[in-house]
Design a protein around this ligand. Sequence first.
Ligand code: C5P
Length: 291
Amino acid sequence: MTCIEVFAPAKINLALHVTGQRADGYHLLDSLVAFAPVGDVLQLRPAEALSLTLAGPESAGLSPGPDNLALRGAALVAAGQGAAIHLAKHLPVASGIGGGSADAAAAVRGMLALRGTEAPAGLGQDLLALGADLPMCRMNAPLRARGIGEVLEPLSLPPLPALLVNPRLPVATPAIFRALACRSNPPLPEALPVFAGPEPLIDWLAWQRNDLQPAACAVEPAIGAVLDALRQLPGCRLARMSGSGATCFGLFDTEAEALQAAQLLRAARSGWWIAPAVLGDQTQRATPRRQ
Ligand code: C5P
């Protein structure tokens, strides 16, 4: 029987500036995003109706019901066709790296591949209505996101060695936006430099921010502990939170340094989710494969 397998990569906000707020309460952002070769895996098989089963190390506490973003994403493009979706969850839930949004975007790609059809007109708006991170999670390659996440510009970034760390505490995004002390901060520089490698990119990123980080550290102090632990690892050039947390990332000049840092941190913090990853373009891995 046909089986479509789709990879749903983690999205990492290398910088996230909160530049204003819309009348409907959503915040305007200016964010630099890259994707990790770490993510969830969806399998879709033809079926009478849409259904979802869950497995994987991070699936505990997640509902396979109609509210699950993977089902809601698939439903957007199902056009009456069914699919049995199996989701292997490897990304911690509610963790600032797009897990649910990545699943929804992957379900859309998988459902379209199962049906052998192209994305319908207006899909972008439907995705945005499901979640502000969904449009960017469709791209899976480095980008700059503005608006509330719907104005997307592809970027060329060098592969960036990183260590992703989550203290296994879910964080509710609305609570972090509510806790912001300032809602109108400077955007990223209008013109971004061309980076020759990870070293100049990290130097440049050090001048940028995640404006949600102070609020998130106040709401969930474990995030501060993760950032401190990352900063103390040999070779860690920059430690920052992704999205609204709690996942943080450390950046390194080389992949070997990131791998060594992962070993050291795993030995010290057995309860944390720790994933070394070279951030960049994951479009190839995220393309649906027929099995
Ligand atoms: O769109 P999404 O469901 O991911 O957003 C969750 C919540 O986070 C929104 O209801 C809103 O409170 C907040 N949010 C925001 N500005 C954004 C994205 C999310 O205020 N750009």
